[in-house]
Design a protein around this ligand. Sequence first.
Ligand code: CMC
Length: 464
Amino acid sequence: MSTNEKQETAFQQTNKPKVDEKRFRLTDQHSGVEHEIDFLHGTVGPGALDFRNFYSQSKMFVYDPGFTSTASCRSEITFIDGDNGVLLHRGYSIEDLAMHGDYIDTCYLLLYGELPSQRAKDQFAYEIGHHTMLHDQLMTFFQGFLRGAHPMAIMVGVVGALSAFYHDTTDINDPQQCMAAAHRMIAKMPTIGAYAYKYSLGQQFMFPQNNLSYAENLLYMMFAVPSEDYVPNPVLAKAMDRILVLHADHEQNASTSTVRLAGSSGANPFACIAAGIASLWGPAHGGANEAVLSMLEEIGDVSRIPEFIDRARDKNDPFRLMGFGHRVYKHYDPRAKVMRDSCYEVLDELGIHDDPLLSIALELERIALEDEYFIEKKLYPNVDFYSGIILKAMGFPTNMFTVLFAIGRTVGWVAHWKEMISEPTIKIGRPRQLYIGHEPREFQLVDDREQSEHKKTDWKWFWS
Ligand code: CMC
C-alpha cells in the first residue's frame, strides 16, 4: 500500500460517515435497469445519496442547477439546520460564540477544530497580530485604482496580488507553509480593507497597532488619522467583533464553494480567496447588506412600505426585499437575532434614538413577518438585514459593508480551503452539464452561410 493509500485509509476510518449500503434503488422504467445507491449518514441533519459512481455505472448525470439538493463535499466545520434556525460551528452555537466568545476564539475554532486555551489563544492572537502589515510594494497597488473605485473591486485586485508576494513560499503540500498562508490571510484582510477605504478618502494609510485587538485594529485603521489620538470605543469594538463572528463561516455558500472549487485545482490560496471575494460581492450574497441600506433609503418613509411589499410580491417586478430570504434558512436567521440586539446596543451608545432607517427596518420586518406571501415562502430577515444599520451608525460608508463581510468570512474560506487540501486525495471540482445545444452538424463556408438581417444586427441575438 502506498503512503497516499495508507493516509486515505486512515482518513476514511476516522472521518468516514456511516454508510447504509445499497439502501436506495433507482429503476429506469424504460430499460428496467436498476441502480443501487448507498446512503451516507451525517452526524446530525440530512444524509446524502452517494452518486459518486453513478455516472460510470449508468452514463447519466444528476441535474441540480444551483446545488439545491447536492452535497458538494463532506465537512466537519459548520452545521446549519435551516428549518429550525440553527447554526453551529464545530458543534458550538453561533449565539454562544457571539455572546460569550470573540472573533479570535471563532477563528481558532474554525481553523483548528477546538476552542483555544488561554495560552493557545494568546499565541494565536500574537501570530495574527504580527502578520497584519503589508509588504511595502503591495501598498503601491492601491495607487493603480481610481479614487472612486468600489472597495470590493480593490479587494479582489489587491488580495489576488498577494498571491504574487507569497507564491514561492506557499507550497500547498507543506502544512507549515499552509498555516503561515492561513494566518497571513486572516491578518492582512483588515489592513487591505481599511486601506481601500483610506485610499478612497485620499487619507494616509494607518499602520496596524499590535496593542489593539483584531476588531479594535480594524476600527483604528479605518477611522484614525495621523494627526490625532484615536481610542477605539469599547462598545463599538465589541459590536465590530460580533459582526465578524457572525460572518465567520456559513458552510457551502457561493463564495466558500468558489474558494473550494478554485482551490481544488491546487491553485495559490491567496488567489482562491480573491475568487471568493469576487463571488461574495453579488447582491444575492454578501452584497445584500449594501443593497439593504440602499433599499431602506429608497423606501424613505414608513408610509411607503406597503408599496414596496406589493412590489416584492409582484411576479412581474424583479424587485426583492433585500435582507429577506435565504437558500438554507426557512426560519429566522439566528445571526439576524444577535445582529438586531447588537444594533440596539450600538445605536444606544451613539445616542441615536430616532434613526429613520431603523424605524423603516422595524416596520418592514413587522409587516413582512405577518404578510401571507412572506409566510408562505418562509422569507425571514437574514444576517444582512440589520448589519447595514449598525455599520452605517458606526460611520462606515455603504460601499464598505461587503468588505467587512469579506474580512469576517476570510477565516471560513481559509478553514474550508484547509479542510479540502487536507484530504489525502484532492479531486478537482468539475461539475457536468445537461447539454441542450445543437446536435453535430456540418461546417459551412462563409459564403454558404445564410443569416437573416435581424440576426446580424440585433445585439439581443448574441445575449438572449
Ligand atoms: N423578496 C421577495 N421574494 C423573494 C425574496 C425576497 N427577498 N427571496 C425569495 N423570494 C421568493 C422568490 O421570488 C421565489 O418565489 P417563487 O417560488 O414564486 O418563484 C421564492 O421566494 C424562492 O426564492 P428563490 O430565489 O428560489 O430562493 P433561493 O434560495 O434561490 O434564493 C436568496 C435565496 C437569498 C438569493 C433570495 O432569498 C434573495 O434574493 N434574497 C434577497 C437578497 C439577500 O438578502 N441576500 C442575502 C442572503 S444572506 C447573506 C449570505 O449568506 O450571503
